[in-house]
Design a binder for this molecule. Structure first.
Ligand code: GLC
Length: 635
């Protein structure tokens, strides 16, 4: 679909490139053409490949859905992913992940051409699937740091912890620009401001991929989800209160200026893979939109890596009729199977998709795509282009030499979850905290205060600090991983020996305390499970704040959330309010700013609405939000 619009993209792109030049916060981008350096060798290799071998490279099953790992060898599969929660059967430790990766690679190396796999995971805030990994703040908090150099450092550490398991590819950074905070994926976005997303997304790519993608501490990055995933209209998918995977009904100028902003900088930084979005643009699914995937991304923007579909996303390209849906629904998975999977494959591959995250239907995919080629419905030239792009990344990542580095790096394993890695996460936590209110100057707290009482759902809850995409797809409550500090533990670490710190989860009450810290917020969620029609702070948390106020205590409210929440009376009752977002495992970083060890420097990356009537932000108009984008007090 091509709109007869002037092509605003060039000026927007120039503006973004200019802004990135003005803030040379990070090393220069990868040199142009770095991904095509091996094209001569690749051309010769592709010429030797059978159709089965080519299609195998384009197929990505999910570890947990594989009927038999030996299919990697028999079908010459080019990649395997572990989606959220798809852990090794043996367990979730560093060695469990290292072993399963090694097992998959060994099978790939037994194929005729011995082309290694690219194993992909969602390491979106650290190597977050693995017990003991450092869990960094989610992107919404990192957006409040406005610190590209820090985001690059975080991404470098994430890459190291991913490579410690041997795994080479993460589906990050998410460069969505969320425009309606009712969306369950708001926290995966850095900001509602495209310029912040452009700057920090680029930094993340530089950190993950390093100056040399073949380096032992580099991983393949993936900018996602192309394009407009953060601009969908409320209620435009299956259920009423949904945004996720919906339809972005916007003109091309807005799509380019806002939602495409993260892609030119990411491509400029050398991002090797890009993930098209489940969502649609004006009714056309991105995963089947040839204009977007081929004309814009590959031709106009010059992207030379490969496109990886989202999880079963191509299944949505031919929606079932109502009658078919009734017949086809797979009650076990709660999914409605597409009636014409073969047509879905044809549409997506011809649109420009290069590798498909088929998860469990990989055997079917391999045979149907070969049929489509034999029937001349998918040209061999498109297959060869896709395989060339995939091999470009494998060559650039050093996988194709005589002795590719496929074993986990013992030196990196020794650094996994290290104190130094945690110290960087702690710094990121502090810089992501935003001080919204501080009446009576109760902050910074004195470490010699006589007694502090902590309460609220998040006071001693590592899972709530980490949010979704942590150990499990949807995250979890309580002590979900090894290492790290809860807010309660962090406050106890920060006070002097003479101070008493009590917590209601330990049965204490606030009688006799000098001050209360109430940690409120959201239970963990991911993707569509986080779509909400109402973002008002839950009644239990609001009641706890009122109770502490009624007890006559100064009340410090910390908000652990994946987005701004409507605070209602709490905004008045609290003496101090800190937006803590989803800070991850290093709670000490919160205590550092509460006790003045480091100053508050965070600035809101999203405007904070007063009421539900001000959501989405586009509705704010003349009425001022409770706190505007960029707001943040210092001590
Ligand atoms: C998910 C997400 C995507 C993720 C992929 C693999 O559905 O949309 O962000 O990378 O599947 O887990």
């Amino acid at each position: 679909m091509r709109h007869a619009l002037f092509r605003p993209f060039s000026c927007i792109s120039l503006a973004i490139r200019f802004s990135l030049l003005v803030f040379p916060e990070i090393s220069p981008a990868a040199s142009p053409g770095w991904l095509t350096a091996h094209d001569t060798e690749i051309k010769a290799l592709v010429a030797r490949m059978t159709l089965q071998e080519k299609v195998g490279q384009m197929t990505q099953p999910d570890l947990g859905a594989m009927k038999d790992l030996s299919d990697i060898q028999t079908l010459c599969l080019g990649s395997v992913l572990s989606g959220g929660g798809s852990d090794p059967q043996s367990g979730n430790t560093l060695s469990d992940w290292s072993n399963v990766h090694q097992e998959c690679q060994n099978l790939a190396r037994k194929t005729r051409l011995a082309i290694p796999l690219l194993y992909g995971v969602d390491a979106v805030h650290g190597h977050n699937n693995v017990l003991g990994a450092v869990i960094f703040p989610h992107n919404i908090g990192l957006g409040c740091t406005r610190n590209p150099a820090l985001i690059q450092e975080i991404s470098q550490i994430t890459a190291k912890e991913v490579r410690a398991t041997g795994i080479q590819w993460t589906f990050a950074p998410c460069v969505a620009v969320p425009r309606d905070i009712r969306w369950g994926r708001t926290y995966e976005g850095y900001s509602e401001d495209p310029a912040i997303v452009a700057s920090l997304g680029r930094a993340a790519v530089r950190g993950l991929q390093g100056d040399n993608l073949a380096g032992s501490q580099s991983v393949v990055g993936c900018a996602k989800h192309f394009v407009g995933d953060g601009g969908t209209i409320f209620g435009s998918t299956r259920g009423e209160g949904t945004l996720d995977q919906g339809d972005a009904r916007i003109d091309e100028a807005t799509l380019r200026a806002v939602h495409m902003a993260g892609y030119p900088p990411a491509i400029d930084a050398g991002v090797a893979t890009i993930m098209p979005s489940y969502s649609s643009w004006n009714g056309v699914k991105c995963s089947g939109n040839k204009y977007l995937l081929t004309d814009v991304l590959k031709k106009e923007l010059g992207f030379e890596g490969f496109l990886i579909s989202d999880y079963n996303a191509i299944d949505q390209l031919v929606p079932p009729t109502r009658r078919q849906a009734a017949d086809l629904s797979d009650s076990a998975a709660g999914q409605v199977r597409t009636p014409d999977y073969k047509k879905c494959i044809e549409i997506s591959i011809n649109a420009g998709m290069d590798m498909v995250m088929v998860t469990e239907r990989y055997r079917e995919f391999v045979s149907l795509l070969q049929e489509l080629v034999h029937e001349n419905k998918v040209p061999v030239s498109r297959i060869d282009d896709a395989v060339t792009r995939i091999l470009r990344v494998k060559f650039a990542h050093g996988l194709m030499g005589d002795n590719p580095r496929l074993m986990p790096d013992k030196a990196l394993q020794a650094e996994f979850g290290s104190p130094f890695h945690r110290s960087v996460a702690r710094k990121a936590v502090s810089e992501s905290m935003v001080l919204l209110k501080n009446e009576g100057e109760h902050l910074p707290l004195k470490s010699t205060i006589r007694r502090i009482h902590l309460t609220g759902s998040g006071a001693d809850n590592l899972g709530m600090q980490c949010g979704g995409w942590t150990i499990d797809w949807q995250g979890g409550q309580g002590a979900i991983t090894q290492g790290g500090t809860t807010i309660l533990a962090a406050v106890r670490n920060a006070v002097s020996p003479g101070t008493t710190v009590t917590c209601s989860t330990e049965g204490a009450d606030e009688q006799g305390a000098d001050l209360a810290i109430v940690v409120v917020g959201e239970e963990p969620y991911a993707e569509m499970e986080g779509d909400r029609t109402d973002l008002t702070l839950n009644g239990k948390d609001a009641g706890t704040v009122s109770a502490m106020k009624a007890a006559g205590l100064p009340v410090i409210v910390l908000v652990l959330s994946g987005r701004p929440l409507v605070l209602g009376e709490v905004a008045e009752q609290a003496d101090a309010i800190v937006a803590a977002w989803l800070p991850g495992s290093e709670g000490d970083g919160i205590a550092d700013v509460l006790f003045g060890k480091t100053p508050f420097t965070g600035k809101l990356s999203f405007s904070w609405p007063k009421t539900m009537a001000q959501i989405p932000a586009s509705r704010i108009g003349k009425n001022a939000p409770l706190f505007p984008l960029g707001f943040g007090l210092t001590h």
